[in-house]
Design a protein. Structure first.
Length: 204
């Protein structure tokens, strides 16, 4: 593809690196930004810079946060006896949108995937164990809300073994989610019912 300017080409190349955006879509976005008021482009640039420099991760659940503790962990309305374990922030958002869950979360930051070189050490597993062990912890139940894929099941199996030393109820969301599907793409009604209809997790 020929570009009228090296500046346009550079911008297209950077934007097209984003997931789901090809060169043609990136070009349309670049040309749109050029037509917009200068302040619009600067505001976008500033928000992206802030995203990288100011975003923090909750010290409790590892979810994306603006402060030391995220809004969920700060809330006095949440049930602190339940922790829902998810892969990433997108899953937290998906579950929150169902309005069916009032417990806490723990974001693993991925799932165990030997093919991609992701092992337990790369995930926020030790932080989860520390939350359960800490004095005054009220945790009674752990819910695995991981995508029903081989990697998700492997992660759930590993976590169950690590959690076996604690007196906890371990459950998993009901399999209303299609096998091999991604949690974030499930509709809110199905996901909400899966949380409410969760079942005891078995290792065998």
């Amino acid at each position: 593809m020929e570009y009228p300017s090296k500046l346009v080409e550079n911008a297209v190349n950077e934007i097209s690196r984003l997931p789901g955006i090809g060169k043609k879509t990136a070009l349309r976005l670049v040309l749109h930004l050029l037509k917009e008021d200068e302040n619009t482009t600067y505001a976008l640039t500033e928000s992206l810079n802030d995203l990288r420099s100011k975003t923090r991760y909750c010290r409790e659940c590892q979810n994306i946060s603006d402060a030391d503790l995220c809004q969920v962990c700060q809330s006095h309305r949440r049930d602190r006896s339940i922790i829902c374990v998810v892969e990433d922030t997108r899953d937290v958002l998906a579950i929150e949108n169902t309005a069916q869950y009032q417990g806490l979360y723990h974001v693993l930051g991925g799932v165990i995937s030997p093919i991609e070189g992701v092992g337990p050490a790369e995930l926020n597993i030790e932080q989860l164990l520390r939350r359960i062990k800490e004095p005054g912890a009220q945790v009674k139940e752990i819910i695995f809300a991981l995508s029903p894929t081989m990697e998700g099941d492997t992660t759930a199996f590993y976590l169950t073994k690590k959690l076996s030393e604690f007196n906890l109820e371990i459950s998993t969301i009901a399999r209303g989610i299609p096998i091999g599907g991604e949690l974030e793409y499930a509709d809110e009604i199905t996901l909400g019912r899966s949380i409410l209809s969760r079942t005891t997790y078995h290792r065998d």
